[in-house]
Design a protein around this ligand. Structure first.
Ligand code: ZN
Ligand code: ZN
Length: 161
C-alpha cells in the first residue's frame, strides 16, 4: 500500500502537534537520536506512516529482530490513522510505552494495542519486545482515533462502509 507523502512542514504523524521537521524527521535522518523510550516509540510509529522501514530495522534491537526485513514491513503495512500513547513508565536504561496505533485494512479499523519495551544500548534507545492487548473501538459518538476532533461516526468510521 502506498503511504502518504509527508513534507517537512506538515504536522508530524506521531500526533505531537509539531512539524515533522522539528519532531521525528531529524531522528529518521539520523541527525538526532531519541532521548526517551516515548520519543523512540513516536518516531517508530511515524516511520511506519511515512514508510521509513530501514529506520524501524535500525531501532529494533538486533537480538529481538527475528529476521525482520524492510520488505516484510513494507508488505504488511496498513493505512495508519493515529497514535495514542496511553502510558509511559519511568525509565533509566530500560522503559515501557503503552500505546494504541490505529489503522485501517480491508475497510476494517483496528489498533495495535501494545506495551512496548525499550532498552538503551550505547546511548541509543532500541525496541525489544511488545506485549499485545485487545483494543476496543470507540463508540460512534466518541472522538475519532485520528485526532481530527470529529466524532468517530462522522470521521474514520465512514471509511469502513
Ligand atoms: Zn513526530
Ligand atoms: Zn478520523
Amino acid at each position: 500500500m502506498s503511504q502518504p507523502n509527508i513534507s517537512a512542514a506538515d504536522l508530524c504523524p506521531c500526533a505531537s502537534k509539531v512539524q515533522y521537521q522539528h519532531c521525528c524527521q531529524p531522528l529518521h535522518l539520523t541527525q538526532a537520536i531519541a532521548t526517551s523510550p516515548e520519543q523512540l516509540m513516536r518516531s517508530r510509529y511515524c516511520a511506519f506512516v511515512v514508510g521509513k522501514f530501514d529506520y524501524l530495522i535500525a531501532t529494533h534491537h538486533p537480538d529481538f529482530r527475528q529476521g525482520l526485513t524492510v520488505e516484510q514491513l513494507a508488505t504488511d503495512c496498513p493505512q495508519w490513522l493515529g497514535l495514542h500513547i496511553t502510558k509511559v513508565s519511568p525509565f533509566d536504561t530500560t522503559g515501557d510505552v503503552t500505546f494504541k496505533a490505529w489503522y485501517i485494512a480491508n475497510k476494517h479499523i483496528d489498533a495495535i494495542y501494545e506495551m512496548s519495551s525499550f532498552v538503551q544500548l550505547n546511548g541509543h534507545w532500541l525496541y525489544t519486545t511488545g506485549k499485545q492487548m485487545q483494543a476496543r473501538l470507540p463508540n460512534r459518538n466518541e472522538p475519532c482515533v485520528c485526532h481530527s476532533g470529529k466524532k468517530f461516526k462522522h470521521c474514520c468510521a465512514t471509511l469502513t462502509s
